[in-house]
Design a protein around this ligand. Sequence first.
Ligand SMILES: CC(C)(COP(=O)(O)OP(=O)(O)OC[C@H]1O[C@@H](n2cnc3c(N)ncnc32)[C@H](O)[C@@H]1OP(=O)(O)O)[C@@H](O)C(=O)NCCC(=O)NCCS
Length: 240
Amino acid sequence: MAAVHGPRLMRKRTNTYQIVKHGRLRSRDLWPSLNPRLCFQTRIPFHDDRKMAAHESRLSDRETLVTDRLCLRRARKGDAKVLFKNYTGDLECSRYLQRRPHVSVAETEAMLRKLCDEGWDTPGVPFSWVIAQRTTDEPIGLFLAFPSGHKTDFHFGISKRFWAQGLASEAGRVALGALWRPPETQRIWTVCDVENVGSKRVLEKMGLSFEGTLKRWVVLPAFGTEARDCHVFGATRVQT
Ligand SMILES: CC(C)(COP(=O)(O)OP(=O)(O)OC[C@H]1O[C@@H](n2cnc3c(N)ncnc32)[C@H](O)[C@@H]1OP(=O)(O)O)[C@@H](O)C(=O)NCCC(=O)NCCS
């Protein structure tokens, strides 16, 4: 039986929650969003469903995800301009990221093309959800996933205008649920700078466990060329 370290998971059918299939939002997609724990619990397929899940698509993780306040979706025309203003071009939002702030909409556009277009349709390559406000559809952030064999790591961020409202945690929980869907995934993890207090808290709220500190693990352009220490957070699927 599949199990995951950290918060306990209950078996639940995978295809009846938080997913908009073929662009239609079904009422049964919405009810688990009232209870984030339920969303988290739904990420492991029923044993009987495994064959079916593998058969359906290897890209079962790349679906539109809907929460109370957010919609995590593929990029659309016009997203780059707003996202550049809201997030990718913002200096403060990029402080703890491994990239500099984007200098042009074109740079954001190129990133979206790679991650939200090519990546969305190709198994085993990095991809990203655009995090949009559910009511207005305004793109306010990104949740990037980097599958690599049995492991997937991820990064995320949202516009400063929306910080401290629980939105990154809300997006993170539902994205994590989707990332567990491919049966080959056995580990989901990420690192964050030791000083990135907000990110650490979000990772804890997503149910990931603190696994340790990697010394001089990453160079963040905002801090120069000195590599910085990072905390590792992760969760694993184990056979019991
Ligand atoms: C890190 C980040 C995603 C947090 O987003 P957010 O939407 O503000 O996070 P949430 O509102 O879900 O907050 C979750 C918890 O973290 C806390 N928190 C958030 N930012 C914080 C900060 N700067 N300092 C201390 N606590 C913070 C919140 O108070 C909340 O805790 P609580 O539920 O116990 O009250 C956001 O600051 C961001 O996008 N930063 C830029 C990109 C980045 O650094 N990404 C992470 C690297 S992968």
